[in-house]
Design a protein around this ligand. Structure first.
Ligand code: RNT
Ligand code: ZN
Length: 424
């Protein structure tokens, strides 16, 4: 491979030799890296508000903090922002939509949404060769205001959310069919109690039954259902109906995907370590790569140890084809497009670093019980010139190799984003 950029090419050629000496072929690593899809969350672009009522407040279990100017208020704005972000993020991408990002001329309640309300997203995705993923939106609604949805004791409330999830499965199947790549539909509900419940069993039983109705309906083979647990949420500090235990057992027995959100566990738990266990019992899983900080589970993904550990587990376990990588963060305190770019580039960088590991040598050392070599290899690879490989990869794909993307985002902010608030 060649790129038309002298210094980057020279640094890459040297790096290439260093990795070759470790038994790693950078050319095949880059070919593989480029094809790993990262599903990018649309909701970073507008603080999870959606288009039902874009100036309304969020209610129920999910909250974005910050008030940076210029958030997208409609589909055209959000798509324009995504186009700009995607042009700075190398590699295969998907877009992850939520039900509240429907486009309709009239008010449509959540249990009545249909594929036609997402036609514009599908057309946009088609022209960009993107896959689409989907999520029911079981929050920010009058029927989620009490903090329970699929586990609500009132059968009418439960029915509404079951119908919503069934409608979402039809839309997901339409995405998969239209775009020739199965959509992953992830169910996350905010259900829980701020204070100690008297009965921890019944809400879980109701959730189990509701999910069974949702997942067992024969609604096509062009989508896959995932379920996402959580430790606690805002206003659900004492009890979360859909805990990780609940969903791990659910996914294993019902043959659906488990979603592991990196922000949804105790701070000292390793999410990376859960991947190998989940893959013993499940064919496929979904990741929500995120970053927990104290009470928040949704800070922008960094190139930090937990993210690297996740990427290394997936790569070393040869599980790239069984693990769907999605991002899940939303930060309104900095430029939202920059947030997408930083988080998604970091995920791709983590995958690159993982693919550049001398996996076979590591496995051999372990098999020979040469634990000294194993640790030495782990540590030495940290300072190998992976950055030169990254810059070369970006440049060869006509993507910004370094922070020059920031200037592009700044110009867009000046010319487009700041004008949005003024026209309100
Ligand atoms: C919330 C979950 C969930 C949401 C999205 C918006 O804690 O992580 O995945 O972030 O559905
Ligand atoms: Zn999540």
């Amino acid at each position: 491979m060649k790129c038309a950029c002298g210094n980057i090419q020279t640094a890459y050629d040297l790096a290439n030799e260093r990795f070759a000496a470790m038994g790693v072929d950078t050319e095949s690593v880059l070919a593989k890296l480029d094809e790993v899809p990262i599903s990018i969350q649309c909701w970073q672009g507008d603080d999870v508000r959606g288009f039902e009522n874009p100036d309304g407040e969020l209610t129920g279990g999910i909250q974005t903090s910050g008030n940076y100017p210029g958030r997208a208020r409609n589909g055209d704005q959000l798509r324009a922002d995504l186009d700009l972000a995607f042009a700075q993020i190398p590699g295969r991408k998907r877009l992850n939509l939520h039900a509240i990002y429907l486009e309709s001329n009239s008010q449509v309640d959540r249990d009545a949404i249909e594929p036609q309300h997402f036609e514009r997203w599908v057309n946009w995705a088609k022209t960009r060769d993107l896959g689409l993923d989907f999520n029911p939106t079981c929050f920010s609604h009058r029927l989620s205001a009490q903090g329970l949805t699929l586990s609500h004791p009132d059968p009418a409330v439960r029915r509404f959310w079951i119908n919503h999830c069934l409608a979402c499965r039809k839309i997901s199947d339409y995405f998969g069919k239209e775009l020739g790549s199965p959509a992953v539909m992830n169910v996350w509900i905010p259900d829980g109690y701020k204070d100690q419940p008297a009965d921890r069993y019944s809400p879980r039983k109701r959730l189990l039954d509701a999910l069974d109705e949702i997942t067992s309906a024969p609604l096509g083979n062009n989508h896959k259902v995932a379920v996402e647990g959580k430790l606690f949420g805002i206003g659900a500090e004492s009890y979360t109906v859909g805990s990780n235990d609940f969903y791990l057992a659910y996914a294993a027995t019902r043959k659906v995907l488990l979603c592991l959100d990196a922000g949804h566990f105790h701070p000292t738990e390793s999410v990376a370590d859960k991947i190998s266990t989940a893959l013993l019992y499940l064919d496929e899983i979904l990741l929500h790569v995120s970053r927990p900080v104290r009470w928040d589970s949704d800070h922008i993904v960094l190139l930090d140890d937990p993210t690297l550990a996740i990427a290394r587990q997936v790569v070393r376990g040869d599980a790239l084809s069984r693990v769907h990588i999605g991002l899940d963060f939303f930060d309104a305190s900095i430029n939202r497009i920059a947030a997408w770019i930083i988080g998604a580039r970091n995920m791709r960088k983590a995958l690159l670093m993982a693919l550049l590991q001398p996996t076979e040598t590591l496995l051999e050392a372990e098999a020979k019980w040469d634990l000294t070599a194993r640790l030495a290899l782990f540590e030495e690879q940290k300072s190998l010139p992976w950055g030169a490989v990254w810059e070369f990869y970006c440049a060869s794909k006509n993507m910004p190799a370094g922070i020059e993307w920031l200037e592009t985002v700044r110009n867009y902010e000046k010319n487009t984003l700041t004008k949005r608030d003024a026209t309100l």
